[in-house]
Design a binder for this molecule. Sequence first.
Ligand code: GLU
Length: 480
Amino acid sequence: MAKAQQTLTFYQSVENYFEKAAPHTGLDRGLLDQIKVCNSIYAIHFPVEIRDPKTGKTSVKVFEGYRVQHSHHRLPTKGGIRFSNHVNQDEVMALATLMSYKCAIVHVPFGGAKGGVKVSPKDYDEETLEKITRRYTYELVRRNFIGPSIDVPAPDYGTGEREMAWILDTYRTLRENELDAAGCVTGKPVNQFGIRGRTEATGRGVFYGLRQACDHVEDMKKLKLSPGIAGKRMVIQGFGNVGTYSAQISQGEGDALIIAVGEHDGYIYDEKGIDIQKLIAVKKETGSIMNYPASFKSKPEDREKVLELECDILVPAALEEVINVNNAKNIKAKIIGEAANGPITSVAEEILLKKGILIIPDVYLNAGGVTVSYFEWLKNLSHMRFGRMDKRYRQQGREGIIGLVESMVGRKVPEDMVHKFVKGADEVDLVRSGLEESMINSYNITRNIMKEKNIDMRTAAFVNAVQLIGQDYQSMGIFP
Ligand code: GLU
């Protein structure tokens, strides 16, 4: 049964979403229970010698870490590793569960997993962070919780390609002769077996998803909005990797108007629109978005008010549970695009749905990251860059067609047009095209379920995911 109390943990909130979807799946309770539970939970404590950056003194600190594999219906399991002071078992379980559904929704053939270390990266120097990452990886290897066919981590909040490179290096040191070792982790630097387009992938996926939502004329009409993402007034909460790319690509390729951006030290607002390229430069130079010359800047303590601004699209792109029972009634957005994992609690969602807000759920909208992780993993297993075999072949074929057209019409095709049509696809072109295809298809499938069953979009996404995972279990012959 769905839990109704107002103070739920993140995992209980995810359980509520599951239970809301369960009756629409037509699956037996035994199978539903198997899909719902977290299969394996590994909790560890490990010591690391740390150095105080100020005094240079060393001491040993014990860190708390987790890796949760939610579902093994497909292998490997997949999901990021988070470094944050808020990490706890409940959070990692919730995030691992969301990963299973996310993978199913975008047809990425993995089970879900997630890892976390309770550490705030800004409290330590690079050397200490490297030690923590390597020691955590060692613990995963020791317990068989990592490997290209077992469980494949990736970046998440507080980690990036630097940490992924350390993970790969540690894994390879311990598993010296493993041919596919590079596939033990994704989100690696391009020169360390990574793939072009992975860093921006989650944000780019958010853009494709929002654009697809805005292109449905009927749905926009219901929200009293014009179709298309161009000109939509957007608010971004969180300006880390996901928030930055969501904003940059929505503005650069979709012509969305970003009217506000919020971070931990406040938010900036400008009805004329914020130049995201400039904002990125300001943050890089000064360390804070608050130095951008916006028409309004909030006080640090009002940072959460950014969520309550009047806008067309609100994009929470930081951490979970930011829209909860305390502020749900104040939300004025017409569309909420969940770029973060779990930004809306299940109790808050009921309030928002009653207000008629279209919520595009995390399990679909931020699946761009894992989609491109899948491409990276495939690249690692094939030991070859995408496009290597056929780029030139296709280019030559097109040159032949242009030559034929020129000889038939007796005129030269202009040089810039030749370049545009002839150019074969590079790896990044293929990655973007594969990502765009996944995001468009999955949106339409989810929307169809939503319409057909007259349910909200998150419930539809969960119904889709649970049914797909259920089919996998049924085909194994364990469940009727
Ligand atoms: N951490 C990302 C997520 O939550 C990416 C996971 C992955 O690529 O495995 O979806």
